[in-house]
Design a protein around this ligand. Structure first.
Ligand SMILES: *[C@@H]1O[C@H](CO)[C@@H](O)[C@H](O)[C@H]1NC(C)=O
Length: 429
């Protein structure tokens, strides 16, 4: 079908050659495909979270992704990473999302932006700022007015920044995801999704493709899909691809098939073994997906690191470790792996692989032995660990009541010390 359509699209371009070519991206429900600049388009994408890779390495990782034959990258925007305190926004340094988008664009990669407000991502509170909990009655991820007011305010900051980066405005962003696997959440609040749709349209305009992602079953799509948001699914290698896409067809009878999270590995939990998924399993299912002309995003292509205390947790409570390696094609450190080359080979059967050298694995240094010297016990260095001093309370206080959004509290008789704990303070080299 794609082959038949291509010459026609070529003809259309020829007829319009006198006009300045307009950058467009949309959905064609007749050809069950995306259409980019008037031509049928299928993307092979990979996930990279800018919040899990230091800015210094962004360019290297993006280039390695490009060299694997990818058309696009997919990234989440963690709200709590940018608005750590209510009304205080940070888009600098490692949080410079616009610079990240610019680098992707310069590398020749399109961007699929997963803007939240909720992202999951095994990220602290799924990207929602903990300060939302100061309002005790708040119902997160619902049309609760306190929650929606905060969402509107944040999106009023984020989305206008994203607008110039939309594909039709000259940038790399072809699609924007609203919420994340909402069908897996108990609330099933369609008014909430409708409010998000309205907010996103208000800031981004009518042209951009907005979409949702849910587990590949009618059960998940029931509360996760909404008219006006293109419904996509996610599923793992090794399963029944036909059955998974049939689930998407229950929500989208026509239009492009999309797996927004095709798992290249799996997440880890504290105390469990590192997840490992063999390359052959992934390569085989990836080939099945691509052979039917479907769109796919490899989650993750590079996992990276949960720096500081940004790791999330699952329910029942199981926290993620610092590493978000994910057994992805590029390791946590961005190193090329056997999986990278195995998947690149499959991608190369459908996309033309770029010419040129793949950036090599970065050299590592041997730091030798690191000598740790005891400075004192926690109580002995309390004035340095808890510069704000103790809070006195007859009854125990919650982290929220103390505005201590992460890290630790030390309870000594009826004093509570909010602790700021950095490795360098406790040891010296
Ligand atoms: C995969 O799913 C389809 C649709 O549900 C079904 O017809 C087919 O038999 C399944 N294939 C296998 C190998 O189970």
């Amino acid at each position: 079908m794609l082959r038949l359509l291509l010459p026609l699209a070529g003809l259309a371009e020829l007829l319009c050659a006198a006009n300045i070519p307009r950058r467009t991206f949309g959905i064609d429900y007749d050809c069950n495909c995306f259409v980019k600049d008037g031509r049928p388009f299928r993307y092979i994408s990979g996930s990279i979270h800018y919040s899990r890779v230091p800015r210094y390495y962004w360019k290297d990782r993006l280039l390695k992704m490009k060299m694997a034959g990818l058309d696009a990258i997919q990234t989440y925007v963690p709200w709590n990473y940018h608005e750590t305190q209510m009304g205080v926004y940070d888009f600098s340094g490692d949080r410079d999302l616009e610079y990240f988008l610019q680098l992707a664009s310069e590398t020749g990669l399109l961007v699929i932006l997963r803007a939240g407000p909720y992202i999951c991502a095994e990220w602290d509170m799924g990207g929602l700022p903990a300060w939302l909990l100061e309002k005790e009655s708040i119902v997160l991820r619902s049309s609760d007015s306190d929650y929606l007011t905060a969402v509107e305010k944040w999106m009023g900051v984020l989305l206008p920044k994203m607008k110039p980066h939309l594909y039709q405005n000259g940038g790399p962003i072809i699609m924007v995801q609203v919420e994340n696997e909402y069908g897996s959440y108990f609330a099933c609040d369609y008014d909430y999704l409708r409010s998000l749709l309205k907010i996103f349209r208000q800031h981004l305009g009518d042209e951009v493709v907005l979409f949702t992602t849910d587990g590949a079953s009618q059960f998940h799509l029931k509360c996760g899909a909404l008219q006006g948001l293109y419904a996509t699914v996610d599923f793992a290698p090794g399963g029944n691809v036909t059955a998974a896409f049939l689930a998407q067809r229950s929500s989208e009878p026509t239009g492009p098939l999309v797996n927004s999270e095709f798992y290249t590995g799996w997440l880890d939990h504290w105390g469990h073994r590192h997840a490992v998924v063999p390359s052959q399993t992934i390569a085989k299912t990836l080939n099945e997906i691509l052979a039917r002309g479907a769109n796919v995003n490899l989650y993750m292509f590079i996992g990276g690191t949960n720096f500081a205390y940004w790791n999330g947790a699952n329910m029942p409570y199981m926290s993620q470790p610092t590493s978000y390696d994910y057994d992805a094609p590029l390791s946590e450190a961005g190193d090329l792996t056997e999986k990278y080359f195995a998947l690149r080979e499959v991608i190369g059967m459908y996309n033309q692989l770029p010419e040129g050298l793949i950036p090599p694995t970065t050299s590592k240094f041997a730091y030798g032995n690191v000598r740790l010297q005891k400075v004192g016990t926690v109580v002995e260095v309390l004035d340095r660990l808890s510069p704000s001093g103790p809070v006195k309370s007859t009854y125990p206080l919650t982290f929220v009541q103390l505005k201590q959004w992460k890290i630790f509290l030390l309870l000594l008789s009826d004093d509570v010390f909010p602790l700021t704990l950095y490795g360098s303070l406790l040891c010296c080299v």
